[in-house]
Design a protein around this ligand. Sequence first.
Ligand code: GCO
Length: 477
Amino acid sequence: EEKFHFPKDFLFGTASSAYQYEGAYLTDGKSLSNWDVFTEIPGKIEDGSNGKVAIDHYHRYPGDLDLLKDLGVDSYRFSLSWARILPRGRFGDVNMEGINHYNRVINAVLERGMEPFVTLTHYDIPQELEVRYRSWLSPQIREDFVHYAEICFQYFGDRVKFWTTFNEPNVQVLNSYRTGEYPPSRCSKPFGNCTRGNSDIEPLVAAHNIIRSHLAAVYTYRMKYQEEQRGKIGLVMSANWFEPVSDSLADRLAAERALAFYLTWFLDPVVYGRYPKEMQEILGEDLPEFTKDDLKLSKNGLDYIGINQYTGRYAKDCLHSACEPGKGGSRVEGFVNNHALKDGLALGEPTSISWLNVYPQGMEKVLMYATERYKNIPLYVTENGYGENSTGALLNDHRRIKYMSSYLDALKRAMRKGAHVRGYFTWSLLDNFEWVYGYTLRFGLYHVDFDTLERTPRLSASWYKNFIVKNRAQSKD
Ligand code: GCO
């Protein structure tokens, strides 16, 4: 195999999020988040569980960071709980106990020789913002978000050099306002199980408010903090690949539309100041517009793009032929049917998790796509990982190793072809709370016993450790 060199500043790491890891849901002045409230509603979470305790990372972070140090990673990606820092948003005071907690975490990461890679919002927000003005459906949220972001820059920005405004806002708005699976569980046809019905444009409205919040926070960082603090600020997207189900022109265009209505939906406005043309054509006046002021903020409104890449799906045109019910295909999906299977065969290999097929080619393709579309903007693979639907221990996780190694090969292929990838974070160091699946899915390099909270390494932990050592050595010769 051709020799490959990772650049010197390449970051290997693992990723996590506050609600999925921390627990301590009312400790030290934290208020209820939207997820604390939502998980109380019967039937929302597969095993009826919640993140009140999660894996108690709030108290166990020193030990967990020791595990990371032992893995030899360069960086730890984690998120801050907004409700710990500003329990009432901008309607109340900063909670200094929350600030002190994250100061200790950030220092502990740095003391172990790692770089903190910090997400401001990974789905959980103070419930007060939901109750007062319906959070992301209201333009008011931008003021709250910028206020929160500035407090984080002020208290942590001397040490945090990588900021992410939002984690997977595409998944967030679709699950919150389209399928109703995430709080505040609003949905539109054909999805059921919503507490309230709504119009199908709510995901577009929420997305617009998120993009404007992102742009304003980036602008504030650049104007007031970046010169002194010298950090980078970016946005992390869920970046599933969409493969045309056939070679026909119609299906190839459908695959383009699928990406437009998922990935470039957020990235095009932030980088180029406009929504993708496929969205403009199909949604017309229902697509919110940016004001002149927004546009002033929005040229190259990020320093890096975060790519969460796990899997791929088939895209089938249904602009010209009938959409199959139950497979997406409405105008808010760009008239694209989404298929896991073609002639009964999955794109790649199926796993025990319905949304996860092993399709490493998707990693290479998405990285090349982003490189072509966004030219010189650096890319970080901020998540990639393998989960199993199992309550057993499965410490011999050969399937995870095979998955990671094939995706890392695909990442190298993309880099050889010119993709500007600067980092790779695997999801996740530890088994944790997997949103609507509760504790039924396990993504950890370490097994966590959810009763005793004991952490036990799987084979993949030493595999990843070796991978990093080997690949670092290459970069030095
Ligand atoms: C995200 C993801 C993570 C998941 C992981 C495995 O939004 O970044 O949903 O939080 O736990 O992708 O599904």
